[in-house]
Design a protein around this ligand. Structure first.
Ligand SMILES: NC(=O)c1ccc[n+]([C@@H]2O[C@H](COP(=O)([O-])OP(=O)(O)OC[C@H]3O[C@@H](n4cnc5c(N)ncnc54)[C@H](OP(=O)(O)O)[C@@H]3O)[C@@H](O)[C@H]2O)c1
Length: 215
């Protein structure tokens, strides 16, 4: 597939590099063309890697991943252009974290709404799926490096998109993916990041992950 990633941070770069190794083509998007971090990633990543604006990444893509700063996420979707996202699976990896009062962060939206639903409202014809927001970037593409066999939670309104995301995560090595159905479940998946950050602050490590047992 052609995959457009909105975001040039550690998540965007880590997912981009993994997707290239799986044979996909990846365009990393940022607010401005010629972004230095994106250009450096392209030089290091080699064949199949390219960079552009958020809109260029979205236009290029069969599937889009949003990996932007939480507070800039809706703005990034607007810059990408809702029409460029229409009919496409859009994986939302972001977290609605507010660091304005220091650590630990708080959520700037939650419980009766979610950042994923804000993304969906900003791009109504996109098939938004929440995924991968509750784990560090290196473990997103190597779940076993968390020290076991963790679970990932996904939610989205389009069943076919949830299935496509499940298969993509399986190609990253995820064996246990729980599908929570409609995107409203992102209201409960997003706050789990606070639990994950809390343990990271106490333990000083960031490789931990969640396990969800069910019959
Ligand atoms: N880091 C992790 O391990 C991890 C794990 C799970 C989830 N997440 C979530 O994944 C997302 C990405 O995290 P990250 O650490 O890779 O990168 P980040 O530093 O949170 O975000 C970097 C990206 O956000 C864009 N951005 C910043 N302000 C913006 C604004 N006002 N409008 C539009 N775009 C803006 C930047 O654009 P430019 O390229 O133009 O500078 C850049 O591409 C976050 O929401 C984070 O909570 C991160």
């Amino acid at each position: 597939m052609n995959i457009g990633i909105l975001g040039t941070g550690s998540v965007g770069q880590t997912l981009g590099t993994k997707l290239l190794t799986l044979g996909h083509k990846v365009k990393l998007g940022s607010r401005t063309a010629g972004n230095e971090k994106a250009q450096a990633w392209v030089s290091a990543a080699g064949s199949g890697a390219s960079a552009g604006t958020f809109a260029e990444a979205a236009q290029f893509a069969d599937l889009v991943i949003i990996a932007t700063l939480g507070t800039g996420t809706v703005e990034a979707v607007q810059q990408a252009g809702p029409d460029n996202l229409a009919g496409k699976t859009v994986i939302d990896v972001t977290n609605p974290l507010d660091f304005s009062q220091g650590m630990p962060p708080r959520l700037f939206v939650g419980h009766t709404d979610s950042l994923a639903e804000q993304v969906q409202r900003a791009a109504p014809a996109a098939h938004v799926v929440k995924a991968l927001n509750i784990i560090s970037a290196p473990q997103m593409v190597d779940p076993a490096s968390s020290g076991g066999d963790p679970d990932m939670f996904i939610a989205g309104n389009h069943e076919g998109a949830r299935q496509q995301v499940t298969e993509l995560l399986q190609s990253f090595g995820w064996q246990h993916i729980t599908d929570f159905g409609g995107l409203e479940a992102a209201r409960f998946i997003e706050p789990l990041v606070l639990l994950w950050v809390n343990y990271g602050m106490k333990s000083g490590g960031w490789q931990h992950a969640l396990k969800f047992l069910k019959k």
